[in-house]
Design a protein around this ligand. Structure first.
Ligand SMILES: Nc1ncnc2c1ncn2[C@@H]1O[C@H](COP(=O)(O)OP(=O)(O)OP(=O)(O)O)[C@@H](O)[C@H]1O
Ligand SMILES: [Mg+2]
Length: 245
């Protein structure tokens, strides 16, 4: 699938800069990063450890403010794009609640909730779904991820791969417009990893979601529409033949 000039991006990063610390300790995590993301597109972001991948995901998703630059979204009713970092904090939280799914590198599950409740809470409090429907939708998603038998367990009782799949389910169950996935298959064997990739591709290609995946795994390349490389905070698009399928 190709995406390009004739189509309107769903999210655009414009010259994002982000540094951490100052003086001799200063680390430039993002150097003028610009990228256009499209509805229905699955993008893969690769790069060495410490190159700024998680930082970029956090800035694009409204979690971490950039020092400068913009993140323009087209989901609002206004015809002009909106910079999510020019919104009030309340507006940005509302944007995230309504449109953003995020799979964290460290899962970030709630310790006190069972696998099923992790998903139900997103549907009940984030999407106004009633308790019975929330339970049904949560269980359907856990079934698709192969962890339905673990639905009554809390994170401490789950394996790493099971926790990861619950975290993926929590992000996918709300059918987000944008899905950011930081190493979503790092704890999975390749068979389960492929199943997860298929779910992410379905979200993009069937529901027009915009998907941005961080991974070190080159086996993902045939499954994605575009691939970017981040090196020391600078983003480059990989040649088309690397990322076509
Ligand atoms: N909160 C922070 N405070 C200080 N430095 C930070 C902070 N977050 C990230 N950094 C630094 O910014 C750089 C980019 O970090 P980032 O987490 O984005 O890397 P990454 O590409 O996701 O790495 P990995 O593949 O290991 O997850 C690193 O040098 C890191 O040490
Ligand atoms: Mg990271």
């Amino acid at each position: 699938m190709t995406f390009g000039s004739q189509e309107q991006p769903s999210l655009s990063a414009v010259r994002l800069m982000r540094t951490f610390g100052d003086g001799a300790q200063q680390k430039i995590a993002l150097r003028e990063v610009s990228v256009d993301m499209y509805p229905g597109q699955v993008a893969l972001l690769m790069g060495p450890s410490g190159s700024g991948k998680s930082t970029l995901l956090a800035v694009l998703s409204g979690l971490l403010p950039p020092d400068s630059g913009q993140v323009l979204t087209h989901v609002s009713k206004s015809p002009a794009p909106v910079d999510i970092w020019a919104l009030s904090q309340k507006e940005r939280e509302e944007f995230r609640r309504a449109h953003v799914g995020f799979i964290f590198q460290g899962y970030n599950l709630f310790p006190a909730l069972t696998a099923s409740q992790q998903l139900e809470i997103v549907l009940k409090w984030g999407c106004n779904v009633g308790p019975r429907d929330a339970r049904r939708q949560a269980e359907e998603m856990l079934e698709r991820l192969g962890v339905i038998s673990q639905r009554h367990k809390k994170p401490a009782e789950l394996s790493g791969g099971e926790k990861q799949r619950v975290a993926i389910g929590r992000a996918l169950v709300k059918n987000p417009t944008y899905l950011f996935a930081d190493e979503p298959t790092s704890a999975l064997d390749w068979e389960n990893g492929q199943g997860v990739l298929q779910l992410l591709r379905d979200a993009a290609h069937d529901r027009n979601a915009t998907i941005f995946i961080v991974s070190h795994d080159h086996r993902m390349l045939p499954f994605v529409d575009v691939c970017y490389q981040l090196e020391d905070g600078k983003l480059e698009r990989q040649a088309a033949d690397v990322a076509t399928h």
